[in-house]
Structures are given as C-alpha cells and as structure tokens.
Write a protein that binds this ligand. Sequence first.
Ligand code: FEO
Length: 401
Amino acid sequence: MHNIRKITDDIVFIGCSDRKLSLFESAYPVKDGMSYNSYLLKDEKNVLFDTVDKVCADQFFENLKYALDGRHLDYIIVQHMEPDHCALLGEVIKQHPDVKIVCSQKTVGMIKQFFEFEVDSRVLIVKEGESLNTGKHELKFIMAPMVHWPEVMITYDSIDKILFCADAFGSFGAINGNLFDDDVNWERDCLDEARRYYTNIVGKYGLQVQMVLKKAAGLDIKMLCPLHGLIIRENIGLFIEKYNKWSSYIPEENSVLIAYSSVYGGTESAVNLLASRLAEKGVKNIRMYDVSMTHPSFVLSESFRYSHIVLATTTYNTGIFESMETFLHTLAAHNLQNRKYVLIQNGTWAPSCGAQMREILEKLKGTVILDDSLCIKSTLKPEQLEQLDNVVNTIVKSLNL
Ligand code: FEO
C-alpha cells in the first residue's frame, strides 16, 4: 500500500524505513532502524529527488506511482550516488525511459560504474549555482563535495525555501509516523543519533562541511529535507550550530570522556577510581565506555562531544589491546582534532602501549597529551594514589572549571 506524506502543497515525501537492518553500510549498528528519504516535486515539470535503498523498492515504487497519479516524470535529481539513495535509479529509468537525470559532472561516471543503461543521452549536467526551472519552482544546485562522496550536490527550492541537503543533516533511525522534528522532542530523542550519524559518516570532512555551511548561510531556509531521518523545521538553527561545532572539531561538553578496556578488571578499577575523584573535584557529566563492549561508532560520537578524553588500556601481544587499538584508529580515521588526552597504560610484565597510543594520537591536529605517566602493573597500588590524584588535578586544572 502506498504511504506518502505531504511536505508542502507541491512536494511529497515518498521514502521509507527499514527496521530489520542490523548494520548500516555493514558498519554501524542501527538499533532504531534507518530511513531512506525521497521526495517528489509536482509542478509543470515533475521532479524526483533521489531514490531509496533497494530494500525498500516495493514501497518506493508504490509511493512514486501514487504520488505521480498519471503525471509524467520529467527529472530525477541525483544528489548522491551511494546505493542507499540511487539503488533504484536503473528501475526508475526502465519505468520512465525519457526521464532526464540531473546531476553533477562527477556523478555521470559513477552512474556508469553502478549501472548498464545508456547514460550520456539522459543526463543534464549542472554546475555550482545553476538552476532548473520547473514551472512555479526554481531549483538551485550547490556542490557539496565529500559530504559525503565527491559527487554530492544539494538543492535549494527558493519557492518553498527548502534545502534538499542529501546526507547532510541526516540521522540514523527509522521514521515512526512523525516525519517532522517538531512532531517529537528532537533535541532529547534524536540529537544523539544525528551526532553519531554525522561524526561517523562525514566527521572526517569537517573542512568540506564548513564550506557547504558557508554557501548555505546566505539562503533563507524554512526546511531541511535530508536523505535520512526527520525533516527539520523547528531545530534548523540548533542543528546548524551543532554542524558548525562538529565540523570545526569544537567540543560541546567541557568534561571528561573515559574510554577503556580491561582484561581482568585492573584497568577498569583504576579508571573507576579516577572517575570518582574527578567527580569529587566537581567535574560533571563524566562519561565512561568500555570499548570492548560499546561499538566504536558510539564512543567516536561522544569523543566529538567531549573536550577531554582519558584512554586506558592494556598492553597485549606487545601492542595495544585490540578493541582500544580499533577505537584509536577510529578516532584517527575520522580526523578528530583539538582534544586533550590522558593516557593510562597497564601491563603485567612489559607495559608499552602508552607510547603506541601517543604515536597514533599525535598525528591528529591539535592533540594535547596532558599526562601519560600513569603505568599500572596489573593493578593500581596504594603507593600510586598520589600519582592518580596528580592526574586528576591536571585534568581539573585543564578543564578550568
Ligand atoms: Fe546516505 Fe552517503 O549515503
């Protein structure tokens, strides 16, 4: 059965959600599912904005057919060639053989990589700032390279003042009836997953996100229509403010994130004590994660949020314990910058992982290692309490509470 939603008088939502998916992109757990958004503009010329993941094919084509209601499909705007949005492009072409594909130059090569249909005669290549008139509406194209792939562009509808923003301002999570951010408590219930989506999907490309934010700053935007997650109307300012912080690697929380791994509990016991002493000194909102138990995508997201990060782990096979090593590479791969770290190492006979952690982190711009002197040999000893307190005092001083 069709399931479409009115966005404005001329625009309908024809996307769908998947709640059976375990790992988005085979990488990220999505406990609340995933939405794949697609939109149809009904004007003198009818325009489809992207398709959806193939898992939603039946629902999507029912929606498209119902929304078109016998109208001709004139254009499909391909804002992003990743298959979670373009998987059904070939089938759209089959069903609407004379539809024009509107896309950036870089998209053309990618369409040919993913599909076998004849491409060149079907494409209308658009450049930065060019527009497409559809009758009543004027669609302006803005290139957004690396947000999230190099071919990405976003589209501004100057009549309804909507920014169709591709992966930008997207989020993990299915759509549960409520389609707009003002239908839910967005900041309370959705911001964390929006942050996890941003940091993991485009977190590495802060500079490119900044460039797009600058381009969008001059637009009068009443609605953000992303390709994943809720449509944003009420929280545009807050979301843009968060994007500005995340893409500039500015922490949201002046506090301490403790990420650790512990084989037999010695390291865990030490960081529990560290956390208690930090709290006694007035540090609020401390977060702790065992990186062997929590997926790196969540801890990465928290790392973008927090100003100070304590990493504590064990030396294992003369290296860094595996789950911590994975997490460190996650931080490095996503280019987290401007964070202050404390490193704590453990090792029963040859602790050496501290220097290896330092080596990974020092490659990240703006890294400050506040302290890496605490070395636990199996368990923290009473004679090390003074040293632990020195670490606590160093962190508290740096927090400037
Ligand atoms: Fe939602 Fe980069 O695809």
